[in-house]
Design a protein around this ligand. Structure first.
Ligand code: NDP
Length: 450
């Protein structure tokens, strides 16, 4: 590993453990690439790639329904623009801080490179908690957030999208405020509603993409999803559409969760039950516990902070799709997954597995698709939304889905081939990191020291 560089990153920003974790994984993978490309070492590509091009931090004051003033912190990390405008989501969650957004922006750089669409990497958000807030409070907050962010973004500069806590409602408010301040309609955000420039399939894309990526991994063993039992975590955007696609391809999803607990339904979360979940989470904004109250075949397990493992990863299954948040699979969970027969993990969430857990997956040589490859379908379809906006045109559902599917096949192929090329066939962590890094490194080499 590039130990010296890693130690410098840690020393410079000691309070950013998630960022250190993401950097370490990439540095471990690219050592072999740098050995074959001494010109990258000379140009200090690795040293430059770990340093954001720009970090924006700002105050977000807003007034709640009782007239009380609140102050949150807003961020946008513009990590790397070598291959295109900064691109990456906005996260609204109380846990948001600079280190978490830097990890997400860093991952985004390599992920976006793998999509083959010209997009650089960025990420942003706020420690605002949308839970329990009225629609009007969310609108006031997002308008205040955009009142600062608007001067830093633009269709060819930086194009944010959604992430945890930022869905269709928030993107609508953000877009409206941007348009008002700029007096200009532009494709400055993706994940927009269909009536104002959104793309068909964008809401579905991350979940569908993670399932398509898994399908490609299964194909390397001559298998399909038919009859496979699948564990999905989360119950938000990614989890919902991963479940929809798994059902469509013949698999059976038996779990979902939220930050309060998980449900296990051995009979499977079929189309009707999924509609209930979508209404519960997207419209009523309720808790997943209600699923078990409605469907007697399901059991609900509340989060128990005294446990050192997550019960969701301890059910018998074939495949797992972590789709909630970072570090949701610890080493014990990873071992539980293996012990319960899981041999495919396709990550819908960003960095959901801790490094020791990743090591367990790699040692057991299961089909393990890391988030930066497996969940790239979301940002890829955001790229397709940008293309449609630039053309003042829109593609049909089938066209976008076919393009998304082909992009996921291509990402799988790039990661698969790079793993072989750099000496560890089947290791998609190495493959995704190496393939993404080389693409960005080549662009940085061509553009000089900037
Ligand atoms: P949503 O906000 O739609 O859903 C997130 C889900 O995860 C909710 O069920 C939420 O529970 C749960 N969750 C969030 N934080 C925690 C936590 N700390 N502990 C336990 N559960 C938690 O977000 P998305 O579905 O969009 O995002 C999920 C993951 O996918 C994230 O890692 C995101 O970065 C990644 N991702 C998303 C993309 C997208 O296009 N949306 C693209 C690529 C990656 P609750 O309802 O209680 O909050």
């Amino acid at each position: 590993m590039l130990e010296e560089l890693y130690q410098k990153v840690v020393a410079k920003d000691p309070a950013q453990p998630e960022f250190h974790q993401a950097v370490k994984e990439v540095l471990e993978s690219i050592e072999v690439v740098l050995d074959r490309h001494p010109e990258y070492r000379k140009a200090k590509i690795a040293e430059r790639i770990v340093e954001p091009e720009r970090v924006i931090m700002f105050r977000v004051p807003w007034v709640d329904d009782q007239g009380e003033v609140h102050v949150n912190r807003g961020f946008r990390i513009e990590m790397n623009s070598a291959i295109g405008p900064y691109k990456g989501g906005l996260r609204f969650h109380p846990s948001v801080n600079l280190g978490i957004l830097k990890f997400l922006a860093f991952e985004q750089v390599f992920k976006n490179a793998l999509t083959t669409i010209p997009m650089g990497g960025g990420k942003g958000g706020s420690d605002f908690n949308p839970k329990g807030k009225s629609d009007i409070e969310v609108m006031r907050f997002t308008q205040s957030f955009m009142s600062e962010l608007f001067r830093h973004i633009g269709p060819s500069t930086d194009v944010p999208a959604g992430d945890i806590g930022v869905g269709g409602r928030e993107i609508g408010f953000l877009f409206g405020q941007y348009k008002k301040l700029r007096n200009e309609w532009g494709g400055v955000l993706t994940g927009k509603g269909l009536s104002y420039g959104g793309s068909l399939i964008r809401p579905e894309a991350t979940g569908y993409g993670a399932v398509y990526f898994g399908e490609e991994m299964l194909k390397t063993r001559g298998e399909t999803y038919d009859g496979k039992v699948c564990l999905v975590s989360g119950s938000g955007n990614v989890a919902q559409y991963a479940t929809e696609k798994i059902n469509e391809l013949g698999g059976k999803v038996v779990t979902l969760s939220d930050s309060s607990g998980c449900i296990y339904d051995p009979e499977g979360i079929d189309t009707d039950k999924l509609s209930f979940v979508m209404n519960l989470k997207n419209v009523r904004r309720g808790r997943i516990k209600e699923y078990a109250e409605k469907y007697p075949s399901a059991v609900y397990t509340a989060i128990d902070p005294t446990l050192d493992y997550n019960p969701l990863w301890n059910y018998k299954a074939d495949c797992a799709f972590p789709s909630a948040t970072q570090n949701e699979i610890n080493a014990k969970d990873a071992q539980n997954l293996i012990n319960n027969g899981v041999y495919l993990v396709s990550e819908g969430a960003n960095m959901p597995t801790v490094p020791d857990g990743v090591e367990i997956f790699l040692q057991h040589k299961i089909l393990y698709g890391p988030g930066k490859a497996a969940n790239a379908g979301g940002v890829a379809t955001s790229g397709l939304e940008m293309a449609q906006n630039a053309m003042f045109s829109s593609w049909s559902r089938e066209e976008v889905d076919t393009k998304l599917h082909n992009i996921m096949i291509s990402i799988h192929r790039q990661a698969f081939e790079a793993a072989e090329k750099y000496g560890d066939p089947g290791n998609y962590v190495l493959g995704a990191n190496a393939a993404g890094f080389v693409k960005v490194a080549e662009a940085m080499m061509a553009q000089g020291v900037v």
